[in-house]
Write a protein that binds this ligand. Structure first.
Ligand code: IMP
Ligand code: MG
Length: 179
């Protein structure tokens, strides 16, 4: 697997340190409240698992699956719900946990969709942000790391469904997809 990694962008220790900070911040911001954490399958699952352990509040976890990328490295702009929530979120404090905000199309769609269910509040926490690629504006409340416009894998992020289990964020070798 390592031969497909051009270089390590964020190592495991850096990820863990930042997640501790994010968890503390979220714990403070939601004092006295109960959170519904919605993580987006499949990419956000590894980040969400570490993040919830750093949040010292009562919370429930739920999951949504949406399609946006297929198996290429370019966004199609089409978002479809493949799996919806189990929980009702009306009147509840909801935090979306996502792996990366790239064009913003996925989160933009999710925010619209979830707001229509009338949560008490709705915020977003993303492990990674690629600001230079944004096509539609999204207000991300908690960001782990801002990264340059390169295709990254690991820590939940895939290329053609692989590499999610790498414990760090790495840049995918260009020769994997540029033939
Ligand atoms: P957006 O709708 O363009 O913001 O894309 C968000 C989704 O695209 C993320 O949830 C990822 O699944 C995927 N994605 C965007 N950039 C990358 C990347 O660099 N590596 C792997 N997946 C990515
Ligand atoms: Mg994803």
């Amino acid at each position: 697997m390592m031969d497909k990694v051009d270089r390590i962008l964020i190592d495991e220790q850096k990820l863990m340190n930042r997640i501790e900070e994010l968890g503390k911040q979220i714990t403070e911001d939601y004092q006295g409240k109960e959170l519904v954490i919605i993580s987006i399958l499949k990419g956000a699952v590894i980040f969400a698992s570490d993040l919830v352990k750093a949040i010292k509040l009562p919370l429930v976890m739920d999951f949504m699956a949406v399609s946006s990328y297929g198996s290429s490295t370019k966004s199609s702009g089409v978002v479809r719900i493949l799996k919806d929530l189990d929980e009702e979120i009306e009147g509840r404090d909801v935090l979306i946990v996502e792996d990366i905000v790239d064009t913003g199309l996925t989160l933009n769609y999710l925010v619209e969709n979830l707001l229509s269910r009338k949560p008490a509040s709705l915020k977003i926490c993303c492990c990674l942000d690629k600001p230079s690629r944004r096509l539609v504006p999204v207000k991300v409340d908690y960001i782990g790391f801002s990264i340059p416009d390169e295709f990254v894998i690991g820590y939940g992020l895939d290329y053609a469904e692989k590499y999610r289990n790498l414990p760090f964020i790495g840049v995918l070798s260009k020769d994997v997809y540029k033939k």
